[in-house]
Design a protein around this ligand. Structure first.
Ligand code: HPA
Ligand code: ZN
Length: 327
């Protein structure tokens, strides 16, 4: 590994991780047993062997199956505390965690169960470990906009327990503009706005996330390199891209990690960041994403490492005083 000490020790923010994607196979089996949920896999090893993905959809099918073991407030709490422990170990000082309420409410789990469990984990981790943690509610883009609107209304009793909304799940065929009304409503509520765009989808989806939804950050965004005008726009407006190297490798967005375009993004002046996306499924948490990326991409230097850490704190939705303390 190149620059391992620096990469591990620098204070950083994680801005793109799905809390349901932090469920390790061992915890999936433990929760399945605790809740009497039947799994389609016989063992931890058999489940792990199924983690061989060819694209985003092949991952999502297994990811939603894994989340089916989450039933009680304690389950959501335990999952989030386990992730925040790993984040603290990687010198993550700020974590903004996505959660997918529709994955749970569709199975009959109450919105209160999901949000209160996750929120209590954030509060306890902040108090006991000093990490700053916040929640971003994501809409599933393969479902209709009406379902997203209903989800936002259902979450309003807990408005003070999440800082923003995002858009995730199957990208191609579900462009951002499909969710124009629900993002306008979220904006009126004073919520931060982000969306997955340009992971597998075209640059046009990044444009409409910016210009129709009005998002403040783009999740993934690596397909922007195919559109020079878009690259200029992202650089000029310092729109952060929350890039996920190991996710891109595992979902075959790039042939190998060595082919990743993050250096091109940084050298073009874009505010790229490094994130783990779904760490239990893609082979590692924050520092593994950093160290494997810097191992594989030969042109990356200590200057790039500082820039990535700086960008992550700058692009976070933390209070200005906290950002100054971390930088
Ligand atoms: N893309 C879209 N949806 C997701 C992802 C992702 O990388 N991870 C979890 N849900
Ligand atoms: Zn993601």
């Amino acid at each position: 590994t190149r620059l391992p000490g620096l990469l591990r020790s620098m204070p950083k923010a994680e801005l793109h991780m799905h809390i349901e994607g932090s469920l390790e196979p061992e915890m999936i089996f433990r929760l399945a047993e605790r809740n009497g949920v039947k799994l389609a896999y016989a063992s931890v090893e058999a489940l792990r062997e199924a983690y061989a993905f060819t694209d985003l959809q092949s991952f999502l099918d297994i990811y939603y199956a894994g989340a089916s073991v989450l039933l009680t407030q304690q389950d959501f709490y335990d999952m989030a505390r386990a992730y925040l422990d790993r984040a603290v170990a990687d010198n993550v000082v700020r974590a903004e965690m996505f959660f997918d309420p529709q994955t749970h409410t569709e199975r009959g789990v109450a919105m209160a169960t999901v949000i209160e469990g996750l929120h209590r984990a954030c509060v306890d981790a902040e108090r006991e470990q000093g990490i700053s943690a916040a929640l971003i509610l994501c809409f599933l883009r393969h479902l209709p906009e009406e379902a997203a609107l209903q989800t936002l209304e259902d979450a309003l009793p807990f408005r003070d327990r999440f800082i923003g909304v995002g858009l995730d799940s199957s990208e191609v065929g579900h462009p951002p503009e499909k969710f124009a009304r629900v993002f306008a409503r979220a904006r009126d509520l004073g919520l931060h706005l982000v969306a997955h765009a340009g992971e597998e989808g075209p640059p046009a989806y990044i444009w409409s996330a910016l210009d129709v939804l009005g998002v403040e950050r783009i999740d993934h965004g690596v397909q922007a390199v195919h559109d020079p005008d878009l690259m200029d726009r992202l650089a000029r407006d310092r729109i952060a891209l929350t890039v996920c190297p190991l996710s891109n490798e595992k979902l075959c967005v790039f042939p190998t990690l060595a082919d990743h375009n993050i250096q091109r993004l940084l050298d073009a002046g874009l505010a790229a960041t490094v994130n783990s996306d779904d760490p239990a499924y893609f082979g590692g948490y924050m520092n593994t994403n950093f160290t494997r990326l810097f191992e594989q991409v030969p042109g990356l230097t200590a200057q790039h490492a500082y820039q990535l850490a700086f960008n992550s704190i700058e692009a976070s939705f933390a209070a200005v005083a906290d950002k100054q303390r971390w930088q």
